[in-house]
Design a protein around this ligand. Structure first.
Ligand code: FAD
Length: 565
């Protein structure tokens, strides 16, 4: 019979039998301190000023109580109350108290505002790191947090509106009451673009916007087929005005304090987290203010979308990190066939492969956040940010479901049981690929950026060359990717857009791998970088995780992935 290791607590079940070989729950560890890649990144990017806050949030996210909030907020799903008991419209969503605890913690930690209010170096990197810690515990509530944060980038197109709304949005107070924004101590902002007939092609929107007299006020009539977090206090909405598709700020209450004609039809029963509400809404002459110019709706809202794309990349890295932590924890305590799972050679390969992927993901999302920090003052970083946003969003949201799916299996049957938390990560993982531009749409955006903005290709190539001479495999891969970029540009010149488009995912993937490889060579341990290059670049890898070549130094890779502290 197998005997438990000393690390495994021996407990009894109700029949008085010993419970053997079950893993102790992973609680009371610090998600930030335990994550070497993330904490080193913060120091490297000169953001030591935030270490105290990150350490505290990392501790909090690992506590049993906050883990419980995440579970409860997902088990007690939001309820839509369309009408009150007298039959009057309410259009309110009721959440479990745990949801509000999570939201308050994130708002108080300024996950919705930090780079807009903090002028110190690396504010975007710090916020991305805070988000990465939070999303590992509960990702659902980070949707309204992310949209609120991102809305500021678009709101600034209209200084008058920004003056009025920014103080409310940036407030560190979480106020969940359903009242006019002007009476609240803090507000949330959502985004509604997708309609029944199309989400990727928003030009197909049919919601109408009619101008009220000579003002910049409009009445919106139509619907939105997906509107997440409908309890937000205002939404950035696309609708057709006289000059074409335009962007509007639509509050839940009008400035005169009446409820706006914004009706929540129903909540979606969806894949993904259960804690957040996603809905279908109708506007029956809803009052809204124009944001940006009439007819320039997409270019106005894209500033918001770019910031939510950054957050999709952060969330992808967060899910992979948490899946890895859980898999390692399980393997360090569970025994099979006379050994701890982490001592089984094939399991070591799986875990090391997951660790390499997670480290590359974290480095890529940090590099992206750095470019958000630098882009205001450095045109090269602005150009790099343009393309890196699409590349990282595409790749990290594609890798997360596969990564989490493999980590889940490391826990055996326990991984498939809700209490383990892995099913929640698994349901969440595919969301980031459909939000804010689905896989194909993002890859086509990569092509568009390379085609239309020569400075983007230059900035990308310069970044890829930044590790030139450090490894022959990397040099060869970067040279091949550069030639891919050039041949895609030639296809455009020849007008062969069909062929070029059909290859867009291939290009997106190769660009992502090249960027990750550069970052791994510069910042990861030698063993992790070597395994990444040999597997992902030199082709010594299979289609599933756990296929690192025999040359990979599994001991070193697993040692570098650290233990929860
Ligand atoms: C849980 C959830 C929450 C959401 N929340 C919101 C929200 O808050 N606000 C909001 O506005 N939207 C929201 N969405 C909607 C989401 O943004 C859209 O579903 C997404 O943009 C895709 O649009 P669609 O569903 O109409 O699919 P379609 O546009 O019909 O696309 C279907 C498929 O075709 C592909 N495709 C489209 N065009 C091309 C092309 N030219 N070439 C190749 N392939 C193409 C797409 O990649 C996709 O795989 C949410 C969606 C989900 C699932």
């Amino acid at each position: 019979m197998l005997r438990p290791t000393p690390a495994v607590e021996v407990r009894s079940d109700s029949a008085g039998q010993e419970v053997l070989n079950q893993v102790p729950p992973l609680v009371d560890y610090n998600l930030f301190v335990s994550d070497r890649t993330l904490s080193e990144s913060i120091r490297r990017e000169g953001a030591e000023w935030a270490i105290e806050q990150l350490t505290e949030l990392g501790r909090l996210m690992g506590t049993e109580q906050v883990q419980r909030w995440g579970i409860d907020a997902n088990e007690n799903t939001p309820l839509l109350e369309t009408h009150d008991r007298y039959g009057l419209r309410r259009d309110e969503v009721i959440f479990h108290p745990s949801w509000h605890h999570l939201m308050r913690t994130s708002v108080e930690n300024r996950l919705h505002s930090l780079p807009w209010v903090e002028k110190k170096r690396g504010a975007h990197v710090v916020r991305a790191a805070l988000l990465m810690l939070t999303a590992q515990n509960e990702a659902g509530h980070t949707c309204p947090i992310s949209m609120t944060f991102s809305s500021v980038a678009a709101l600034r197109a209209e200084p008058g509106l920004a003056r009025e709304w920014e103080p409310r949005i940036l407030s560190p107070c979480y106020d969940s009451t359903f009242r006019p924004a002007q009476e609240k101590s803090g507000v949330l902002v959502g985004m509604a673009m997708t309609e029944k007939q199309g989400g990727s092609d928003v030009r197909a929107n049919i919601t109408r916007a009619e101008k009220i007299g000579d003002s910049n006020e409009y009445l919106l009539t139509g619907h939105k087929w997906f509107c997440s977090a409908p309890m937000c206090d205002a939404f950035l909405v696309l609708a057709q005005a006289t000059k074409g598709l335009s962007c509007f700020l639509l509050p839940r209450w009008t400035p005169s304090g009446e409820k706006n004609r914004f009706y929540i039809q129903r909540l979606k029963n969806k894949l993904g987290n259960r804690s957040n509400a996603s809905s279908e809404v109708e506007f029956a002459g809803a009052w809204a203010r124009l944001l940006g110019e009439e007819g320039r709706g997409v270019s106005t809202i894209i500033e918001m979308v770019n910031h939510t794309r950054l957050d999709c990349a952060v969330a992808g890295a967060a899910l992979m990190r948490q899946a890895l932590v859980q898999a390692l924890h399980h393997a360090r305590h569970r025994r099979a066939f006379g050994k701890l799972l982490i001592e089984q050679p094939l399991m070591r390969n799986v875990l090391a492969d997951l660790a390499v992927e997670s480290e590359a993901a974290t480095l890529l999302m940090v590099r992206l956040a750095v470019s958000f920090d630098r882009r205001a003052t450095d045109p090269k970083e602005r150009a790099f940010c343009r393309i890196a946003t699409a590349i990282a969003k595409y790749w990290l949201s594609k890798r997360a479901p596969m990564h989490v799916g493999e980590a889940l299996e490391c826990l055996g049957g326990n991984g498939y049981v809700e209490e383990s938390g892995l099913p929640r990560l698994y349901r969440e993982a595919p969301l980031y690929s459909i939000w804010e531009g689905s896989g194909n749409v993002i890859c086509l955006d990569i092509l568009r950026a390379l085609d239309r903005e020569p400075e983007v290709a230059e900035a990308l190539i310069e970044e890829l060359r930044s590790a030139n001479g450090l490894d022959a495999r990397l040099d060869a891969y970067v040279a091949a990717v550069e030639s891919d970029i050039c041949s895609k540009l030639k296809d455009s010149l020849k007008g062969d857009s069909g062929k070029k488009e059909s290859q867009a995912r291939r290009l997106g993937e190769r660009l992502a791998l090249a960027l990750e490889a550069v970052l791994m060579v510069r910042h990861a341990s030698e063993a992790c970088a070597e395994a990444f290059l040999e597997s992902r670049l030199a082709g010594q890898h299979g289609a599933a995780f756990g296929t690192l070549p025999a040359t990979a130094d599994l001991d070193q890779i697993l040692a570098a992935s650290g233990e929860p502290v």
